[in-house]
Write a protein that binds this ligand. Structure first.
Ligand code: ATP
Ligand code: MN
Ligand code: MN
Length: 298
């Protein structure tokens, strides 16, 4: 039985890497990718994926029967989790306690992969400062008729308006139909302030171009418009991690881009398990994470 190639995971505690069960099971029937291929992919991007999800509470999508079978969205810690998947109890807005989980190592990542995790969706804060988000995400969701060039233009508009209030950002292909525009922050403001800022920002874009944008979830109002989904920026909300695979046909991956790369990107969800691993982390992303940006008026 073939096991994860451990040489790829340089900083792994080798003994903690789980044994991969059912490595030959087909996960992506259309592309023919097996669980072993998914495992190898995640090992190959662990150096880029871990900085994106380490210490962040996760919502995961598990597909034990492959992407065409039953899938499970899981955000609560469960039985059978490996010892490198850390349980973290938080108080929900309802006042109830709930056990969430996070990983911070290759071993933890691979334990989740062994549990048939395909998608990784982290919170916008880390457990060190759970109440102070360190990134905001504008999730651009186009109505099905909206052409890709307009989605790209919308992302540039979001970038330019964020620049006007002093926030630099980078774009991310989601592996789905849209783009996320991400602005890393210093963990200073609390969730409520960030949420208020993001809602006002999205509303202002809609006021300026009501024929092109909407900022409410209602699908009815969306015709031919792009929904600026600012709701990714609340406590407990998640957005797909860069380098996560998607449980969709073709094994697309979410990847961060430079703005120039986005401009020449021919379609959404072009990057897949086959080519995501060979992409480098754009230096823009590291620069912005290091910049410790703050919301205006703070
Ligand atoms: P696309 O580009 O196709 O819109 P996406 O990842 O942005 O891909 P959305 O449906 O817009 O998909 O959702 C945005 C984010 O919200 C997701 O990345 C995910 O983290 C979170 N999300 C949305 N719906 C769910 C859900 N039912 N369960 C868990 N997370 C969800
Ligand atoms: Mn989206
Ligand atoms: Mn959305």
């Amino acid at each position: 039985r073939k096991q994860p190639s451990r040489s790829k995971a340089k900083d792994a505690d080798e003994d903690a890497l789980p044994t991969l069960s059912s490595p030959t099971r087909v996960v992506y029937p259309d592309a023919g990718y097996t669980k072993q291929a998914v495992c190898d992919y995640y090992l190959s991007v662990a150096d880029r994926l871990l900085p994106e999800i380490s210490g962040r509470l996760l919502s995961i999508v598990r597909c034990p029967e492959g992407i065409d079978g039953q899938r499970f969205f899981q955000k609560h810690a469960g039985r059978g989790f490996g010892d490198a998947v850390h349980r973290h109890t938080i108080v929900e807005s309802s006042g109830e306690e709930a056990g969430y989980f996070y990983v911070d190592s290759v071993a933890g990542l691979m334990q989740l992969v062994q549990m048939n995790t395909i998608e990784f969706h982290p919170w916008g804060s880390t457990v060190d400062a759970l109440e102070r988000p360190d990134r905001i995400v504008f999730d651009l969701d186009p109505d099905p008729g909206v052409p890709w060039t307009r989605v790209k233009q919308a992302a540039v508009e979001v970038r330019d308006r964020l620049e006007e209030v002093g926030l630099a950002s980078y774009p991310k292909l989601t592996g789905g139909k849209g783009v996320h525009v991400v602005a890393p922050l210093a963990p200073k403001a609390e969730w409520e302030q960030v949420r208020v800022f993001c809602e006002a920002f999205a509303d202002a874009m809609v006021r300026q171009a009501p024929k092109r944008f909407v900022a409410t979830m209602s699908k009815a109002k969306r015709e031919d418009r792009i929904f600026i989904d600012w709701l990714r920026n609340g406590r407990g909300a998640t957005s797909v991690a860069s380098w996560s695979l998607r449980a969709r046909a073709g094994a697309p991956a979410a990847v961060p881009l430079t703005w120039d790369e986005l401009a020449s990107e021919r379609k959404a969800a072009r990057v897949t398990l086959a080519d995501a691993g060979s992409r480098e982390l754009p230096s823009l992303v590291e620069e912005l994470v290091a910049r410790q940006q703050t919301l205006p008026l703070q």
